[in-house]
Design a protein around this ligand. Structure first.
Ligand SMILES: Nc1ncnc2c1ncn2[C@@H]1O[C@H](COP(=O)(O)OP(=O)(O)OP(=O)(O)O)[C@@H](O)[C@H]1O
Ligand SMILES: [Mg+2]
Length: 218
């Protein structure tokens, strides 16, 4: 029904981690999820295959011209499809952006993250233009250290660049690393709360029909 694409041309920014957290939170709510993994490292699909006990329908799609077809087919079967993309500019990312209802652009607190997040945001805009669609995109801070000078500086830069950003931030927490081994998505504690807050914010955007009942009045 709905497609969320994780994208940024910066490697290691947190795309797969954010995908894992959304999958966990949406799965907890009882909705069905499909995953399209376009990263040749297959981090997300390997994790789904061997670490978790969530029954998630996933497909690895390394042939970029097949990304849209597979994602749309999956979206007819599931409430939500998540597309994970590689950490570099790729044809696969363009196709994954082109069929998305929402693009999430994770970034950390560094200059390169801001530069690549902006570049990715521009890529979303030009893909939207090319496909004559509106493709909403929002930045999400990951590995975030609150109350630091660098956090303030990066937030200010992002604001000046006019890049829309989620209020939810994924803090620098060991829980986000632990899930890569345990396969268990935190439901409690700070990480659990941040995952739920992100899904709430996504619901509030009003872009995901399956989350309509959770949408808070604006
Ligand atoms: N909020 C966080 N706190 C602590 N560690 C984090 C956090 N977010 C991500 N990480 C760790 O940072 C590393 C990179 O994260 P991740 O794999 O999600 O990035 P990615 O954008 O998918 O990378 P790639 O471009 O290689 O696909 C991983 O080891 C992950 O566990
Ligand atoms: Mg990844």
């Amino acid at each position: 029904m709905s497609i969320i694409t994780m994208a940024t041309t910066k490697g290691g920014a947190g795309k797969t981690t954010v995908a894992q957290m959304i999958i966990g939170a949406v799965h907890n709510l009882g909705y069905s999820i499909g995953v399209v993994d376009t990263d040749e490292n297959q981090t997300l699909s390997n994790w789904l295959d061997s670490n978790t006990n969530m029954a998630i329908d996933y497909k690895v799609v390394l042939e970029e011209s097949k990304v849209v077809e597979v994602a749309q087919k999956m979206s007819r079967k599931h409430d939500l499809v998540i597309i994970d993309t590689p950490g570099a500019q790729s044809q696969a990312s363009v196709f994954a952006i082109g069929c998305a209802d929402l693009v999430i652009v994770p970034l950390q607190l560094s200059k390169a993250d801001v530069v690549q997040a902006q570049k990715t945001y521009e890529l979303v805009k030009s893909t939207a233009h090319m496909t004559s669609r509106t493709i909403p995109a929002q930045l999400l801070f990951t590995n975030y250290t609150p109350k630091t000078k660098i956090a303030k500086k990066v937030r200010q830069q992002v604001k000046e660049l006019g890049l829309p950003t989620f209020n939810t931030r994924f803090h620098h927490l060991v829980a986000y690393k632990e899930l890569t081994f345990s396969g268990k998505i935190p439901r409690k504690g700070t990480a659990g709360a941040q995952g739920q807050l992100l899904v709430q914010e996504i619901a509030d955007l009003g872009l995901m029909p399956f989350l309509q009942e959770f949408r808070r009045a604006s």
